[in-house]
Design a protein around this ligand. Structure first.
Ligand SMILES: *Cc1c(COP(=O)(O)O)cnc(C)c1O
Length: 433
């Protein structure tokens, strides 16, 4: 039985899905598959038995640090560890900040300062680690500003967060201002580069305007960056980096009195897959700087073309100044169109865009999988036609579409009802085969 029969098929350069698929070629995918098979039994927890996985982890972290302002040409103390994904990198950095605040400043009721646009993983971290989440507003351009953060830092603040870029709108927060505000108060500052870590450094080198965001900015103390997104690795790896080894220690757990032996573990996981580490290593080594520059040039080209086209559409406006590969847009103030209905029509044509809320908007995250010939032209043409259709007939709904659900959710002031709906939906996903 072919369990994968219903799965999306990878098509070189021809992806119709926002984000999700990040690789440029099937050849790249095959190399990673081979790396996976070679190390399929390896487990870096047993470094004495599987020395290769440990070494590859060290090298992935070093390569990643070197493109984000650490290493021989940048801040020499930058170090880190691999995790299973962006969420785990974020959880790890937040846990380290909580324990750092407790150990160095006696903070017992730690606070986490994030923009409303920060990734959901920070909400999860606050929930898991018993921290108070302080959600800060962003400007009309979608960016969190240093002065907004400065006003809200208290003695209990354990960590302030900036995104480069944020998931919803693809804009880069005022990292310099935010990190400076944190530094003045002796508070740690995390930059979430899960999405941008393997794009922004190369976009900057290609001449695109990229605000400063990495360890070169004083006050930035940790960074999360996903090898399994624009690093073009298989799913299951990410990197968390720290300015120095002293900070990294706050993510460790050491147990000296366990009857099972002397125990030290760097993060959440015990046993880990050496195979996914090998795929991340293979991806970075295969692409190298040249490969990333080439991929970024192609991605930035399609993203820029799309952004310019949306700016020319009378019913839509681009949100803020997208710095990298994510372009978000909403209906113009004087337009009557419902972007969720546009999304439903786009879905009928095979596109999978991301629906955003507060405000109602859509985005597409361009990757190397969108850089084939004419794909972006087709996307622009379809979007124009779908917008025109909705404008001509605003009452028409797509059968089985998501627009009514988003419309209803937006109109519900009681968010607990929406929450119960999400929980029931999750039950269904876990239980129905
Ligand atoms: C994807 C993403 C994350 C979380 O990553 P996962 O790998 O899905 O856990 C965090 N931050 C940003 C900005 C992201 O785009």
């Amino acid at each position: 039985m072919d369990q994968s029969a219903g799965d999306h098929r990878f098509e070189e350069g021809g992806s119709t899905v926002s984000g999700v698929l990040y690789m440029a070629s099937s050849e790249h995918q095959r190399l990673l598959d081979e790396a996976y098979t070679t190390f399929s039994s390896s487990n870096p927890m047993h470094a004495d038995i599987f020395p290769a996985a440990r070494r590859m982890e060290v090298e992935v972290v070093r390569m990643t640090a070197s493109i984000l302002g650490g290493g021989p040409l940048g801040e020499p103390g930058v170090c880190g560890a691999m995790t299973s994904g962006g969420t785990e990198s974020i959880l790890t950095a937040v846990k380290a900040s909580r324990d750092h605040a407790a150990a160095t400043r006696g903070v017992t009721r730690p606070e986490l300062l994030v923009a409303v646009s920060a990734h959901a993983a920070f909400f999860k971290a606050a929930e898991y680690f018993g921290m108070r989440l302080v959600r800060l507003p962003v400007g009309p351009d979608g960016r969190l500003l240093g002065r907004t953060v400065a006003r809200r830092i208290t003695r209990d603040t354990a960590l302030v967060v900036a995104s480069a870029p944020g998931f919803p709108h693809g804009v880069v927060d005022d990292v310099e201002g935010i990190a400076a505000a944190a530094r003045r108060r002796g508070v740690l500052c995390h930059v979430d580069c899960c999405l941008g870590g393997f794009v922004l450094p190369f976009a900057a080198r290609l001449g695109y305007p990229v605000p400063r965001f990495d360890f070169g900015v004083p006050g930035v103390t940790s960074i999360s960056v996903d090898t399994h997104k624009f690093g073009q690795g298989h799913k299951g790896t990410s990197v968390v980096l720290y300015r120095d080894a002293g900070l990294r220690r706050f993510q460790y757990t050491s147990i000296t009195d366990w009857t099972g032996g002397l125990y030290i573990s760097p993060g959440f996981a015990g046993s880990r897959s050496g195979a996914v580490i090998a795929t991340a290593w293979a991806s970075l080594v295969r692409l190298g700087e040249d490969g990333f520059l080439r991929a970024t040039a192609a991605i930035m080209e399609v993203a820029t073309r799309f952004k310019d086209a949306v700016r020319d559409m009378p019913d839509l406006e681009v949100i803020g100044e997208p710095a990298a590969s994510v372009v978000a847009f909403k209906a113009r103030r004087n337009s009557k169109i419902d972007v969720y209905q546009v999304n439903d029509l786009m879905s009928q044509r095979g596109w999978h865009l991301n629906a955003l809320q507060q405000p109602a908007a859509l985005h597409i995250c361009f990757t190397a999988a969108h850089t084939g010939p004419h794909l972006v032209e087709k996307l622009i043409k379809d979007l124009k036609e779908c917008v025109r259709k909705v404008a001509a007939n605003p009452a028409a709904k797509v059968e089985g579409g998501m627009a009514p659900m988003y419309g209803t959710a937006a109109a519900m002031p009681d968010r607990s009802v929406v929450g119960r709906f999400l929980v029931a939906y999750q039950d269904l996903l876990l239980d129905s085969a």
